[in-house]
Each structure stands twice: as C-alpha cells, then as structure tokens.
Design a binder for this molecule. Structure first.
Ligand code: FES
Length: 75
C-alpha cells in the first residue's frame, strides 16, 4: 500500500527502514527522498512505531519506547 503518494513510498518501504529510522525525517532520509505535502507524516510515524515495537528485542522497561507504549496500551 502506498503511504506517501508524493514520493511513492509503500508500507513495506517503511517496514524496511524502521530498524535504522527513529522518526519520519530519518525514514525520508533513509529512503533518499524528502517530504513534500506532509500529509503522510502521521501514517509513517505510526507505521514506524508499529514496526519498531514488533521488531524490538531490546526491551528494557523505562528505557525502551516500545515497552513504555505496551504498558500504556495495557492500562
Ligand atoms: S504524501 Fe508524503 S509528502 Fe506528500
């Protein structure tokens, strides 16, 4: 599925760059492009969080964002 129509970035592209991209700006840099209209920023941010939470194997409570998000989701 295309998540950024300006740059033709797919959800698979975001999954692939998630391990090395902490945020939307880093994802754009990793993919060799730049935001244009910005409509995709929230979607890309959410996809990055989901991919990083799914792939995280270094969860340390209090030090890992995905562990904190899991705790918030459980509350
Ligand atoms: S949809 Fe991504 S910058 Fe426009």
């Amino acid at each position: 599925m295309i998540v950024c129509s300006c740059n033709r970035i797919s959800d698979r592209d975001i999954d692939a760059c998630a391990p090395t991209s902490k945020n939307v700006a880093a994802a754009f840099r990793t993919l060799g492009c730049a935001p244009k209209c910005g409509r995709c920023a929230c979607t890309i941010s959410e996809l990055l969080k989901q991919a990083q939470a799914r792939d995280c194997d270094n969860c340390i409570p209090g030090r890992c964002e995905c562990a904190e998000q899991d705790a918030q989701d459980a509350a």
